[in-house]
Ligand binder design. Structure first.
Ligand SMILES: [Zn+2]
Length: 79
């Protein structure tokens, strides 16, 4: 039998394999949709002082930009 989760933002119940389930430390974060996950992310970022996590966010953004750049270079080579 599949497990069921409850979205912590809107309360909707969803089966395992759907939605977004994140095991963060000892806390289980469950979202029925990416929209609810985005809402949570926004609340989280508003609550954490920027000096605490900004360096991690900056690094992630840089890594993503790097990844996009190499993807574009790959595409250009193929054409
Ligand atoms: Zn939800």
């Amino acid at each position: 039998m599949k497990r069921k989760y409850k979205c912590i933002i809107c309360g909707r119940v969803f089966p395992e394999g759907q939605g977004i389930v994140i095991n963060y430390g000892k806390t289980l974060l469950t979202f029925h949709s990416s929209r609810c996950a985005a809402k949570f992310l926004k609340q989280l970022l508003e609550r954490i002082p920027p000096e605490e996590i900004e360096k991690y966010i900056k690094r992630l953004v840089e890594e993503d930009l790097e990844r996009l750049k190499s993807l574009e270079e790959l595409k250009r080579k193929k054409i």
